[in-house]
Design a protein around this ligand. Structure first.
Ligand SMILES: [Zn+2]
Length: 216
């Protein structure tokens, strides 16, 4: 296994995800997913599921415990319900990616802000998961790339302005066959997307073809 190197092939795939947009793709072991915050301060809500049955999926508490950190950043690993490695974080120019705040939803937007928004990350997840025959009950606590959530000694939690600058990026290496799902957060009522949701870029570089298939 070529662990941790950044020797990228030319991206096999590139897409701009508009504000409020959604995206998903199956990745094989060794594929690299790069997410670029094109204009800065743009939260990207992220879920991942095993590409093979029986279904295994992102587990944020396992990720926090095994990394011994509330932040996902370069050098950390994203783990599943069964404590399997799903992704390694190969590179990260932002430094702070949230594990606490979960995703926005129509119901939460109304409770918090009294607004009826047309878009939410939860509805984006539901629609995107349906492509893979996964139902809304498979939506679990997610990672928020480029989102800053602060916490205090007494347990206070606050969504804070993101330090992410235009062009900041994170690079993930798939450690097993996975379905990666993201929502480019449409939130305008808190600082998670700088009160002004903006596009992000997704590129996928495929693992070298001489990579042997990953044994189970
Ligand atoms: Zn959102």
């Amino acid at each position: 296994m070529k662990g941790g190197d950044l020797t990228l092939q030319e991206p096999a795939y590139r897409e701009i995800i508009e504000p409020g947009g959604r995206w998903s793709m199956r990745l094989e072991t060794g594929d690299q997913l790069r997410i670029v915050d094109l204009e800065g301060q743009q939260a990207v809500d992220f879920l991942c599921y095993s590409g093979e049955l029986p279904l295994d999926r992102l587990n944020v508490p396992n990720t926090v415990k095994l990394n011994r950190s509330l932040y996902v950043t370069k050098g950390t690993t994203i783990y599943s319900d069964r404590a399997r490695k799903m992704f390694s974080v190969l590179d990260d120019t932002c430094g702070f990616h949230d594990t606490l705040a979960g995703c926005c939803s129509h119901e939460m937007d109304f409770l918090r802000y009294g607004v009826h928004n047309k878009l939410s990350c939860r509805s984006n997840f539901a629609q995107e998961l349906a492509k893979w025959s996964l139902g809304p009950s498979e939506i679990v606590s997610n990672i928020n790339f480029f989102m800053r959530v602060t916490f205090g000694q007494q347990g206070e939690v606050e969504i804070a302005p993101s330090p992410s600058k235009a062009g900041d990026y994170v690079v993930l290496r798939a450690e097993m066959p996975v379905i990666a799902v993201l929502s480019n957060c449409p939130q305008q009522n808190n600082p998670s997307s700088g009160f002004r949701p903006t596009p992000v870029e997704v590129t996928v570089s495929r693992a070298p073809s001489d990579n042997p298939p990953q044994a189970k």
